[in-house]
Design a protein around this ligand. Structure first.
Ligand code: GLN
Length: 291
């Protein structure tokens, strides 16, 4: 059998085994594991220029077994892609999700009307939002906060790998706790992907999701505790007319809409739907008048 054919058959067998375990993007993941652990580039693999060594096959097989047992793909590779860039992912940060790219897109839209904006990222985790915004808007300055020292190690790595050390300031802070008095009414845009999974849902979560940090996922009863804290504290830190953009979970928009409209701190509320039709990004603008 030619090398090309035997390579492709190996790939197909990996795909099948992943699909049997209900891995949704089985072919893409099989290819990803092959390239990463088989130490072979796609072209040489498919043209049959190179056959996998026995050792490489073993490594790929090992990764496949771990994946089949529920280890997240991003943890096996130690990285993932977000908004077209690579980010290191460790067990201490949430794995960036495609929905969160919508939050970045929305932030970039509202930033269009602001020159040299100051952006605050609350609960930055891997730093994927902060880095994406800083890369897309070279005139903006970002402060990124996270309460977990371990998470901040990954954030720091990601900031350095994009040479953003001077444009992104990192602070260990539980929500807004460590900001100085001077940083009140200071930010043009506050972004956040807070923990919003309802605490009561944890028994039903997949092993994959449970291998991510609970701190980054658990939003307390109904998943609303941290979201509510951010909604109540953000106005103090936003400039008049500044924006708060926050990712939220399925089924949370209606109650949040009501709570926001009752308080009249913000000028109305808007939600952006994700690809599944879920109202995923909450966007509110602070009143102009002082509070
Ligand atoms: N979207 C994630 C999930 O459903 C949750 C992310 C979060 O809590 N910020 O697993």
């Amino acid at each position: 059998m030619g090398k090309s054919r035997s390579n492709v058959l190996f790939l197909k067998s990996l795909e099948k085994r992943l699909a049997r375990r209900h891995v949704p993007q089985a072919l893409a993941e099989a290819e990803g594991l092959l390239v990463h652990f088989g130490d072979v580039d796609r072209l040489s693999f498919f043209t049959g220029d190179r056959a996998l060594t026995k050792r490489a096959r073993k490594k790929v097989e090992g990764a496949l077994r771990a994946r089949s047992k529920g280890v997240p793909f991003a943890h096996l590779l130690g990285e993932t892609e977000f908004y077209g860039r690579h980010f290191q992912v460790t067990k201490d940060v949430l794995i960036p999700r495609p929905e969160t790219e919508l939050l970045v897109e929305e932030a970039l839209k509202v930033l269009e009307s602001v020159a040299s904006p100051k952006v605050l990222d609350v609960g930055t985790g891997s730093g994927c939002i902060a880095v994406s915004l800083a890369m897309e808007r070279p005139d903006c300055k970002v402060t990124a906060l996270d309460s977990s020292a371990k998470a901040l190690r990954a954030t720091r790595h990601n900031i350095r790998s994009y040479h953003l050390g001077r444009r992104i300031r990192l602070l260990k802070s539980d929500l807004f706790g460590r900001l100085s008095g001077k940083e009140r009414h200071f930010w043009d845009v506050i972004v956040s992907n807070p923990p919003y999974v309802p605490a009561e849902d944890f028994p039903t979560l997949s092993k994959e999701v449970l291998s991510e940090p609970r701190l980054a996922l658990d939003g307390g009863p109904k998943g609303l505790s941290v979201i509510r804290r951010i909604l109540s504290e953000a106005p103090l830190f936003l400039k008049p007319g500044g924006w708060l953009l926050m990712e939220i979970g399925k089924g949370q928009s209606n109650v949040l809409r009501e709570e926001i409209e009752e308080r009249e701190v913000f000028l109305g509320v808007r939600f952006v739907k994700d690809y599944a039709g879920i109202e995923r990004v909450l966007a509110v603008r602070r009143q102009e008048k002082s509070l």
